[in-house]
Design a protein around this ligand. Structure first.
Ligand code: HEM
Length: 439
């Protein structure tokens, strides 16, 4: 992220001409609305994004466009209605309890890479809420490592597809590592999805595995039930596997990133941590959390929203202009790339007061309303807005509340995290924090 100039945080619109590609960086809220909301069909997701993620996500809703995307979105929407989210709360809680047990089993005051711990719990939540299966420690580690390798290699491959800069042997080697990492992750998910579908057998649309009755219907049930009203069209099996791979990755990687940065900020600002802890004490006390508690923990939610502002997991959205047009005063050729960056917009000098400060209280303040309306987009905007935003807010409040209730989180000397822009905003060498049990 150091490569961004200070001027990027105050400009409205930037432009770079690269060989074979014009790139526009749009920070102006009006342009952002046009690209992502009003004219979103004229600025579809970038073909390069599709190519980069295809080995991992196949033909999934995250990268498709036009009629294919529309059908996929219609089929997926019902799985994320709020009643469904309430129904999967007990499944989320099981994963969060397991996370607390894992941390309790560590030495008191152990230094932990919270990126890895958050990846485990969020991946486990996706496994449980979609497939009613839990994720073993060894599988979680495999996924974390494979996905880190995938992320590291994805960017150089994309850059090389544009500029062809790598020495002749480097590109095939990087591609090989990238494909291998994608294959490892897909294999694990593929096997789980297929065995779950087989286990459901003839009970499609109404099935639960043994022992899962009391935990409510999972999201796969909802996806198998889903039909396009007018045509009766539904998911095919291969298509379902692609969507679940995508939900697994879009769902756990982003939340893990946001939660890890939230914990870092809480360690950096002990007063905020104490305030959030007191709130969880007064709302939940010593009993197990319930669904209705989530809405009552306003400060915990503000901490998470502020972490999403300062470290938005998806730091950049890439769109492609399908026709010649103008944006502000710039002439945009057909095929140009338009980048919208929550990372820049969330820290923009003109749109936010004290943009680099961590201040969860800002979310309740009158003067922040405009900033929130015009310059806050951690989940995107318009028809392509994140389908899992409600899911993410629910699981993250639950995870933070339970962590704060049981543990104190502190910084570790000489382990300052350094944000790097990969597929999500991660820390270069993990985020290491000291975790001690509260008495
Ligand atoms: C803090 C957590 C999360 C963040 C910050 C986040 C962010 C985003 C953003 C920014 C987009 C739009 C990207 C673009 O317009 O180019 C998006 C799309 C999407 N997200 Fe999330 N996401 C999160 C969690 C989740 C979860 C938990 C799920 C599902 C379980 C999910 C599923 C999706 C899907 C399916 C899309 C594609 C929607 C479409 O194109 O129609 N996300 N997410």
């Amino acid at each position: 992220m150091d490569m961004l100039y200070e001027r990027s945080y105050s400009m409205k619109m930037g432009q770079v001409h690269l060989p074979g590609m014009d790139v526009f960086m749009a920070n102006d809220p009006e342009v952002v609305r046009r690209v992502m909301v009003e004219d979103y069909e004229k600025f579809p997701k970038h073909a390069l994004l599709h190519r980069t993620l295809k080995p991992l996500l196949g033909e999934s809703i995250f990268t498709t466009n036009g009629a294919v995307w529309q059908r996929q979105r219609q089929l997926l929407d019902p799985a994320f209605e709020s009643a469904r989210l309430k129904a999967v709360f007990p499944l989320m809680l099981l994963a969060v309890n397991d996370m607390c047990d894992r941390l309790c089993n560590l030495r008191d005051g152990e230094v932990v890479n919270v990126e890895e711990a958050m990846t485990h719990v969020t991946a486990d939540i996706i496994f449980r809420t979609i497939l009613s299966m839990s994720l073993q420690e060894s599988e979680a580690r495999k996924i974390y490592q494979a996905f880190s390798r995938f992320q590291e290699t994805a960017l150089p491959i994309s850059i090389d597809q544009i500029f062809h800069l790598s020495p002749w042997l480097v590109q095939p080697l990087t591609t090989w590592r990238n494909r291998k990492a994608a294959k490892e992750i897909r294999l694990l998910i593929d096997q789980s999805v297929r065995s779950r579908i087989e286990a459901m057998g003839t009970q499609l649309g109404s099935g639960k595995e043994d022992g899962m009755q009391e935990q409510g219907r999972d999201l796969l049930d909802a996806m198998l039930d889903s039909r396009i009203t007018e045509t009766g069209d539904r998911y095919g099996e291969a298509e379902l596997v692609d969507q679940i791979c995508m939900l697994f990755l879009a769902g756990h990687e982003t939340s893990a990133s946001a939660l890890s940065w939230s914990l870092y900020l809480l360690a950096l600002f002990p007063d905020a941590q104490e305030k959030a802890f007191q709130e969880t004490r007064s709302v939940i006390g010593d009993r197990p959390p319930q669904y209705d508690d989530i809405g009552k923990m306003e400060y915990v939610r503000s901490v998470f929203r502020e972490a999403l502002r300062l470290y938005p997991p998806v730091g950049f959205f890439a769109r492609e202009s399908v026709e010649q047009t103008t944006l502000r005063d710039k002439f945009v050729r057909r095929g140009s790339t338009v980048v919208i960056s929550p990372w820049l917009i969330h820290r923009h000098r003109e749109y936010w007061q004290a943009p680099d400060d961590f201040n969860p209280e800002r979310f309740g303040q009158e003067e922040t309303h405009n900033s929130l309306r015009n310059a806050y987009l951690p989940f995107g905007l318009g028809p392509r807005i994140c389908i899992g935003a409600g899911f993410a807010l629910q699981e993250s409040s639950l995870i933070l509340a339970e962590l704060l209730k049981h543990f104190r989180i502190e910084l570790v000397a000489d382990r300052e995290p350094r944000p790097v822009g990969r597929l999500t905003i991660r820390s270069e060498n993990g985020i290491w924090l000291k975790i001690s049990k509260r008495s």
